[in-house]
Design a protein. Structure first.
Length: 160
């Protein structure tokens, strides 16, 4: 049986992404791009690893050290792995900066999650009080975009 329930932490993460995408779209887009780049780099490393393993598997064990193709492949892969590692380190630093900026909106995400679970518990009062996550996110986005803007972050958070 599959449980399609929403966890509190999962919803906090979703709401945090939603509020950051509303308030600082470029920051959330950059975060998503970094996640994709990270996954792509890991995929490249795994592909190289598979290629090397296939080459080693198809080579006579007594001739591995004499096989110039494998040695060249290992050398190229090592250089690429080092470049990817450097890129991953830069990505990690930027991800940390983005997470620090996103954390400024965590209170909104937590409070909106509490509101969502409170609203969904209303079904215990009467079955007609059924609300979907999609509805709640649309309502949250609408209220966020319609709330009073402010250049001061704490005021903006209070307004949302």
């Amino acid at each position: 049986m599959i449980n399609f329930g929403i966890t509190e932490q999962g919803l906090v993460d979703q709401m945090l992404s939603l509020v950051v995408s509303i308030e600082k779209r470029e920051l959330e887009e950059e975060r998503n791009a970094l996640i994709e780049a990270n996954a792509s780099n890991i995929k490249k490393l795994l592909e190289k690893e598979d290629l090397i393993l296939d080459s080693l598997k198809n080579t006579n064990p007594d001739e591995i050290l004499d096989d110039d193709d494998i040695i060249t492949q290992l050398s190229v892969t090592k250089k690429e792995a080092n470049l990817i590692k450097q890129a991953q380190e830069k990505t990690k630093l930027r991800e940390d900066q983005i997470m620090e900026e996103r954390s400024k909106y965590i209170d909104i995400a937590i409070k909106s999650t509490l509101i969502f679970f409170s609203v969904t518990d209303m079904i215990n009062v009467n079955y007609m009080y059924q609300f979907s996550l999609k509805w709640f996110k649309q309502l949250f986005e609408q209220s966020s975009t319609q709330s009073e803007k402010s250049t001061e972050l704490n005021t903006r958070i209070d307004n949302i």
